[in-house]
Design a protein around this ligand. Structure first.
Ligand SMILES: NC(=O)c1ccc[n+]([C@@H]2O[C@H](COP(=O)([O-])OP(=O)(O)OC[C@H]3O[C@@H](n4cnc5c(N)ncnc54)[C@H](OP(=O)(O)O)[C@@H]3O)[C@@H](O)[C@H]2O)c1
Length: 254
């Protein structure tokens, strides 16, 4: 086990990629704080699964879309961890697909408040308990750098969501540069299509075909495919990697 004795906080760990990441970090020995927004039962199930395997975990609730969500989460986390956080996985996020004409100001604001503002201020509030050897992994997406789907004015697109991931990757580089001298690493992991509630289009045959059509590897990605990479990036094995965005996408859009 590579993360023995480390404290890790995973945001949005009640489901999907966050859940798989919490389980992977716990498997590697980390004491995991399982953050959730609305899915309390699912978060409790993650805690039970970790504890049943002999691991340590606690659930923490906070709505990251509210102005004080990030500071609440940070203070609740500090009550458990004290003054040292080793690993922060900023995973919580929402998505939206629409034609350009179909987006509302509320859609745009909720994408940015949850995905970007929540992450920005969570890092701000947790930095005082991070130090040399700590690291941050931000879950980005292939869409930060590539246009996916079929472009067209009449077709739904996730362009506003994609721009939040572009913003996060810009923050990752800036955080890595600013925090490097303190010995804190900051990286992005950029999944392609992963089978979760968020990517429910993969449940249709047409959706599966779109996903598989852009990938070199011909199966749908699973949350565990991403979680194992996050666990590595968070470990000492990745000690010389910072400011990077690691694609985990089965060779998408090559
Ligand atoms: N699935 C994909 O194909 C894919 C591809 C690339 C990147 N990603 C990224 O991977 C991350 C996880 O996505 P996923 O596919 O695992 O999605 P998911 O299954 O829908 O899970 C999203 C998680 O984020 C949490 N969350 C959302 N809004 C929140 C809020 N306001 N406050 C607190 N928690 C909130 C949810 O918590 P509650 O349910 O408890 O509220 C849930 O645990 C996201 O950043 C997403 O953009 C996903």
């Amino acid at each position: 086990m590579t993360l023995e004795g480390k404290y890790a906080l995973v945001t949005g760990a009640s489901k999907g990629i966050g859940r798989a990441t919490a389980l992977a970090l716990a498997r590697e020995g980390a004491h995991v704080l399982v953050h959730y927004g609305r899915s309390a039962k699912e978060a409790e199930a993650v805690i039970s699964e970790i504890r049943s395997k002999g691991g340590q975990a606690e659930a923490i609730q906070a709505d990251l879309s509210t102005p004080d969500g990030a500071s609440l989460l940070a203070s609740r986390a500090k009550m458990v961890i004290g003054d040292r956080l080793d690993i922060l996985v900023a995973n919580a996020g929402i998505s939206k697909a629409a034609r350009i004409a179909g987006y509302t100001v509320d859609d745009f604001d909720s994408l940015y408040t949850t995905n970007v503002r929540g992450t920005f201020f969570l890092v701000q509030h947790l930095l005082p308990v991070m130090g040399a050897g700590s690291n941050i992994v931000v879950i980005s997406s292939i869409v930060a750098r590539s246009v996916v789907g079929v472009p067209g004015l009449e077709n739904p697109s996730i362009l506003a969501y994609a721009s939040t991931k572009g913003a996060l990757e810009t923050l990752v580089k800036n955080w890595a540069a600013i925090l490097g001298p303190q010995g804190i690493r900051v990286n992005a992991v950029a999944p392609g299509v992963i089978e979760t509630d968020m990517s429910n289009f993969t449940k249709t045959e047409a959706g599966r075909e779109v996903a598989l059509g852009m990938q070199a590897l011909k199966r749908l990605g699973k949350p565990e495919d991403v979680a194992d990479v996050v666990a590595f990036i968070a470990s000492e094995g990745a000690r010389w990697i910072t400011g990077a965005s690691i694609p985990v996408d089965g060779g998408s859009k090559l």
